[in-house]
Design a binder for this molecule. Structure first.
Ligand code: SF4
Ligand code: SF4
Length: 382
């Protein structure tokens, strides 16, 4: 148990020290590339000798500043991200040489137009469907364009060899993450939802990738051994799968509300970006690298895609694999795509008798009481 706590603490420390790590990377002369979305091809940036930093912000602090330029009725993730950039209070944005945006939801793609005045922003044009014969071709064209932008900006040559080794590294990182997430396939829960969020954050904010792979695998090994020896760290038995908008620090309040001791509930997985939505899909290693990269990133089942059938399939897959008793859909205020899609997810799960709850929230702490009441009632019916 001591070793488990030690590894979790090491990961907490890694997340805390990430801003200093980025500063050192920058001072060592490596390009720092910011991104906001899971569809951004990490492998291209790595192959260009750069480091990718995730700029998706989850704090309400800079939202007031952002609202001087952006409408109030906009998703908090967009306002928070733009607010940090505008006030130059995000260390990751501060050290970015370039930002890679993407045409996902309307709010985000229009925000990038303003962001370009603060930092050079290259926007990838994401097709909004996987069902059109030309989508993959168009997206591959965007992947090639990004390759050229990075090569020109950083004087790099992104060869197939470099891409292949970047793909292998990222696949190994995702495999280590997935192996840890898959602990939820064991009959009793091994870790809490908050601990899963910590590991996801650690993976996102650690730039020594080999070390991250080793630490996550070591943690998983120790947890499996402890489980085999009869250790049960989590007593809660009502297993809940989270889906919806990306989950960040400010949304820990949702997990806290679910995992309140009186509910006897535990979050066993997150079918969200930054978690299973990223790690479930591998970049193929048996086809040319640019084709493989284009294929993987287009296949991510984000609600901006239409139709987006694969998301429901992914949710079903993890309900079964993690033996979830219910699904909680976490939707950020003014996120129209996830909000509208909530009906389809609810209907699909209802037809199979799977309990479902949708909550709309933001980054404030104003609804903590309401979340506790709603999840209390949901847990009771499981
Ligand atoms: S939810 Fe959609 S827009 Fe948001 S990070 Fe994921 S893929 Fe990108
Ligand atoms: S949570 Fe929704 S509205 Fe916000 S950035 Fe993501 S897709 Fe756009």
């Amino acid at each position: 148990m001591e070793k488990i706590d030690e590894l979790f603490e090491k990961m907490r420390e890694g997340v805390r020290n990430a801003p200093v790590a980025v500063k050192e990377i920058k001072e060592a002369g490596h390009p720092v590339v910011g991104m906001y979305c899971t569809v951004t091809p990490w492998e291209l940036i790595y192959a260009a000798g750069g480091v990718t930093v995730s700029l998706c912000s989850t704090s309400e602090k800079p939202i007031a500043a952002a609202e001087q330029h952006l409408p109030r009725n906009l998703c908090p993730l967009i306002k928070s991200s733009y607010g940090f950039a505008l006030t130059d209070t995000c260390p990751y944005f501060h050290f970015c040489d370039i930002v890679i945006g993407e045409t996902t939801c309307d709010g985000k793609k229009k925000m990038y137009e303003l962001l370009n005045a603060l930092r050079p922003t290259h926007v990838m044009q994401l097709p909004q469907t996987t069902e059109h014969a030309k989508s993959l071709e168009l997206w591959k064209h965007e992947v090639i364009k990004l390759k050229e932008v990075l090569e020109e900006r950083f004087g790099a040559s992104i060869t197939d060899e470099k891409l292949t080794s970047a793909i292998r590294l990222k696949n190994s990182l995702n495999a280590a993450a997935l192996r840890f997430y898959d602990l939820a396939a064991l009959p009793d829960a091994v870790v809490s939802g908050k601990e899963i969020m910590l590991v996801s954050d650690y993976i996102k904010f650690t730039f020594n990738y080999e070390e991250a792979i080793a630490n996550v695998n070591a943690l998983t090994d120790i947890l499996i051994d402890a489980y085999k020896n009869g250790v049960r760290r989590i007593s809660a038995s009502k297993r809940i799968l989270i889906t919806g908008c990306p989950m960040g620090k400010s949304l820990e309040k949702v997990v806290d509300a679910i995992e309140a001791p009186e509910n006897s509930a535990v979050v066993v997985g997150f079918e969200n970006c930054g978690n299973l939505k990223c790690t479930h899909y591998k970049v193929r290693e048996d086809i040319p690298p640019l084709d493989a990269i284009a294929e993987k990133y287009l296949s991510i089942p984000c609600s901006v895609m239409s139709p987006n059938r694969e998301r429901t399939e992914l949710i079903r897959h993890y309900i079964k694999k993690y033996n979830a008793a219910g699904v909680a859909d976490v939707i950020l205020q003014a996120c129209h795509t996830y909000n509208v899609e909530s009906y389809s997810v609810r209907t699909a799960l209802a037809s199979e008798g799977i309990p479902y709850i949708a909550v709309e929230t933001d980054y404030s702490q104003g609804d903590v009481g309401q979340l506790a009441t709603r999840f209390g009632a949901f847990a009771e019916m499981l």
